[in-house]
Write a protein that binds this ligand. Structure first.
Ligand code: PLP
Length: 404
């Protein structure tokens, strides 16, 4: 069987409909959207305007509030650095969470080196922050709260509307990294009180290297200090010739996701549940990580006691999954997300992340269940730890599933 891709939190395949929408903007419609003197430029600009409107509709925003970037990493940088610098003199306190993507945590560390005071909120066993802890953390000097919409490893969805309401009440800006959430679960910047929101095209069946930052224009009007300088593009917030094909692809991808979200979430949720049940039925001593209900429908993070995640990855040579986030799996360190959720280093190192996607089928799920069951059985057979545990517990095995 050909390789099965189940790593859709790392990236997704471009949907053929998205590719089709993009293609003309590489060939006949190659104009620079900033060229005002001819039709090539006008048509490119029209395409960008259309894309901006489509994206704004998905977020319940105004088109003027959409700033195009190269992806969620850049959007996070612009949101955090831009808001921090623009607040100079008014405050220097930034609040974020322990399970954030490195594209937030590394930026916050950089701000700390430049004088920011940083609070990193802990999470519970399921990956949720405590809104009361957030309430207590906010001070008169707090300028920004940055908490992700949905986690890229365990899929936990934060209570974004409650966080937004709290920030509003305290007059603090709220940024959310929605790279994993946009196009997968409903996102509404008005209803949820979001001031800044990061998007990425390649997590939602669009191209790599394209993304956007939503920047609120009223109630309140968010001021950001730009990071790049060199032209008036994107209202001076993000200069540089616009990536027209990428922008068209981002909008097409989000438009498709918006239209198909109810059906797709149900289909992927059912596939994920089948994958989870299938594995739990055949493998003992497996822990499901993340929140039992506030979880992305296509996410499944499992810890297989006594089995090294890396060894399991190798054994599953025809299945593309990951042992953590794509960014940290090179480092071989236990996932900071699972550690923050209270897993030991050892437990974190036995974890595997499955990310189902639009192009996965039921047959693939059945195949993966079989492959995982086989591989875990084989690795445990040669594991002295497993042998020892079986002897001491008299082969009594427990299956731990997080409750609330
Ligand atoms: C993938 C991802 C990013 C980085 O997005 P890029 O567009 O690849 O820069 C940031 N945050 C989260 C939660 C992600 O999943």
């Amino acid at each position: 069987m050909a390789s099965i891709y189940m790593d859709n939190h790392a990236t997704t395949r471009v949907d053929p409909r998205v590719l089709e929408a993009m293609l003309p903007f590489f060939t006949t419609e190659f104009g620079n959207a900033a060229s005002k003197s001819h039709a090539f430029g006008w048509r490119a600009e029209e395409a960008v305007t259309r894309a901006r409107t489509q994206i704004a509709r998905l977020l319940n925003a105004d088109p003027k509030e959409v700033v195009f970037t190269s992806g969620a990493t850049e959007s996070n940088n612009l949101a955090l650095v831009g808001a921090f610098e623009a607040a100079a003199g008014r405050g220097e306190h930034v609040i974020t969470g322990a399970t954030e993507h490195p594209a937030v945590l590394d930026v916050v560390a950089r701000l700390e080196a430049r004088g920011a005071r940083v609070t990193i909120l802990p999470v519970d066993r399921t990956g949720l922050i405590d809104p009361d802890a957030l309430r207590r953390a906010i001070t008169d000097r707090t300028v920004l709260v940055s908490l992700m919409f949905a986690n890229n490893e365990v899929g936990t969805i934060h209570p974004v509307a409650a966080i937004g309401a709290l920030c509003k009440e305290r007059g603090v800006l709220f940024h959310t990294d929605a790279a994993q959430a946009a196009g997968k679960v409903p996102v509404d910047v008005q209803a949820m009180g979001i001031d800044l929101l990061s998007l990425s095209a390649h997590k939602v069946y669009g191209p790599k290297g394209a993304g956007a930052l939503y920047v609120r224009r009223k109630n309140p009007r968010v001021i950001l200090e730009p990071m790049l300088h060199g032209g008036g593009h994107e209202r001076g917030l993000r200069p540089g010739t616009l990536n027209v094909p990428g922008i068209v692809g981002l909008a097409a991808a989000l438009e498709i996701a918006r239209a198909e979200m109810p059906l797709e979430a149900r289909r992927l949720g059912a596939l994920r549940d089948r994958l989870q049940e299938g594995i739990l039925a055949r493998v003992e001593d497996v822990q499901v990580n993340g929140h039992p209900t506030a979880r992305l429908p296509h996410n499944l993070s499992l810890s297989f006691a006594y089995v090294e995640g890396e060894a399991l990855l190798m054994a599953l040579d025809d299945v593309a999954v990951s042992s953590g986030s794509a960014c940290s799996s090179e480092k071989k360190e236990p996932s900071h997300v699972l550690r923050a959720m209270g897993l030991s280093d050892t437990q974190a190192q036995t974890s595997l992340r499955f990310g189902l996607g639009r192009f996965n089928t039921e047959q693939e799920v059945e195949h993966v269940i079989g492959r995982v069951a086989e591989a875990v059985a084989r690795l445990r057979e040669i594991s002295p730890l497993y042998e020892m545990a079986r002897r001491t517990t008299g082969a009594q095995v427990t299956r731990r599933i997080p409750t609330s």
